[in-house]
Write a protein that binds this ligand. Structure first.
Ligand SMILES: [Mn+2]
Length: 333
C-alpha cells in the first residue's frame, strides 16, 4: 500500500540520517537473544564498521553457544561503561526487553529502535518499524543499501542467519518475495546458506535431543488436540546437561502435529516460567502473551508467568478459551 510504503521510506531515511550523524554506535537487542537478534546486531555492526563508524555490540546475555559461529560473535559484550553518540536497539518490542543494557542505551545521545514487531511500546528518539519484514536482518540490508556500503561476506552471513532463523528456514508465513530476493543478494555477497543452515539446525548437542524427547513424551493436549503444551523443568536441564535454548524447538515440534493450532512451552527458571507461544493460523498469540505481560508476533509470542499451579492453569485456560471451551485438567506436565 502506498501509505505503508511512504511510512517505510520515512522510517528508513530517519534511521540512515541518525547513522550518518553518529561517530560511535552502541548496538543492542533483547534478553535471551535469538538468531534474528544476534544476526541483525552483528550484521549492522559489520556494516557500520565498513561505513567508518566505531561500533560495539552489547547485550545482556551475549551470543549464546548457538550463534558463536557468526563472524564477530566473539566480540559481543554483556555490558559497557562507554558513551556512544547513537544507541540502536534491534528486534525489541519495548525498552524493557534490553534488560540490564538499558542504562547504557539511555546514556546515548540518540536512541533508535529498529524492529518488526507488530505491537510494541514505542521508545527512543527515532523508530523504524516494519511489521512486514520477516526479520530485522531484512531491514539492515536496506540500511546498507541506503548507506551505499557493500555487504561483506561476514555481514551477509550474519544477516542471512537472521532471516533464516526468524522465518524458521523459510517456513513461516511472513516470508515475502522481498525476503527471498534479499537472501539471494546475501548469498551472492558471499553468505553460505548450506553452512548457515547446518550451524543453526544440524549441530544440536546430544542433551538437546534428549530434552526434546522428554518434553514431547510429557506433552498434554486438549480442545480435541488443537492445544498442546509441555514444560522443561530445571531438573530436565540438569539431568540432560541442557540449556534453556536447547528447548527452543520443542514448541515447533508440537506445532508440527497436524491437529495442533496452538503450542505452549513452559521453561522453568529459578523464579518463574518463561513461556513460548506459537500458533498455526487462527489464534493471535501476541495478544495472549500481552494478557500475561509479554508480547511478540501474531504467530509467535512469549511471556513469563509464576510457578504456581494456578498461574499455569490460567495461561492454559486463556489459550484454550481462544480455541474453544476450556478443558478440565491443565497443570504442569
Ligand atoms: Mn525478530
Amino acid at each position: 500500500m502506498a501509505g505503508d510504503e511512504t511510512e517505510r521510506a520515512a522510517g528508513l531515511e530517519a534511521a540512515v540520517g541518525a547513522i550518518r550523524q553518529a561517530e560511535s554506535v552502541l548496538i543492542t537487542t533483547h534478553i535471551n537473544p535469538d538468531g534474528d537478534a544476534i544476526g541483525s546486531s552483528l550484521g549492522l555492526w559489520h556494516i557500520l564498521r565498513a561505513a567508518g563508524r566505531t561500533a560495539c555490540v552489547v547485550n545482556q546475555d551475549g551470543a549464546g553457544t548457538r550463534y558463536q559461529f557468526l563472524p564477530g560473535a566473539d566480540g559481543i559484550k554483556t555490558g559497557t561503561e562507554q558513551a556512544f553518540d547513537l544507541g540502536v536497539a534491534v528486534d525489541c518490542g519495548g525498552i524493557g526487553r534490553v534488560g540490564r543494557v538499558r542504562d547504557a542505551l539511555e546514556r546515548c545521545n540518540t536512541v533508535m529502535r529498529i524492529d518488526h514487531h507488530l505491537a510494541g511500546e514505542p521508545f527512543g528518539d527515532i523508530e523504524w518499524l516494519d511489521p512486514d519484514a520477516a526479520a530485522v536482518g531484512e531491514m539492515i540490508v536496506e540500511i546498507a543499501r541506503a548507506l551505499a556500503v557493500p555487504v561483506s561476506p561476514q555481514a551477509a552471513t550474519c544477516l542471512l542467519a537472521s532471516i533464516v532463523e526468524d522465518t524458521g528456514c523459510f517456513q513461516f508465513s511472513r516470508v515475502s518475495a522481498l525476503s527471498l530476493r534479499i537472501c539471494a543478494e546475501l548469498v551472492a555477497a558471499g553468505a553460505d546458506l548450506h553452512s548457515v543452515v547446518q550451524q543453526l539446525y544440524w549441530r544440536n548437542p546430544e542433551g538437546a535431543a534428549r530434552l526434546r524427547g522428554a518434553c514431547l513424551t510429557r506433552m498434554r493436549t486438549q480442545c480435541g488436540g488443537r492445544l498442546a503444551w509441555t514444560a522443561a523443568s530445571t531438573t530436565d536441564f540438569d539431568q540432560f546437561g541442557a540449556t534453556e535454548e536447547d528447548a527452543d524447538e520443542v514448541v515447533h515440534d508440537m506445532l508440527r502435529i497436524g491437529t495442533v493450532e496452538v503450542a505452549v512451552l513452559l521453561r522453568e527458571s529459578a523464579k518463574d516460567y518463561r513461556v513460548s507461544l506459537r500458533s498455526r493460523d487462527s489464534v493471535d498469540v501476541a495478544s495472549l502473551a500481552r494478557e500475561f505481560g509479554g508480547g511478540g508476533h501474531e504467530r509467535a509470542g512469549g511471556c513469563r508467568i509464576g510457578k504456581g499451579e494456578a498461574d499455569v492453569e490460567a495461561l492454559i485456560a486463556a489459550a484454550a478459551q481462544r480455541l474453544e471451551k476450556p478443558g478440565n485438567t491443565p497443570g504442569v506436565p
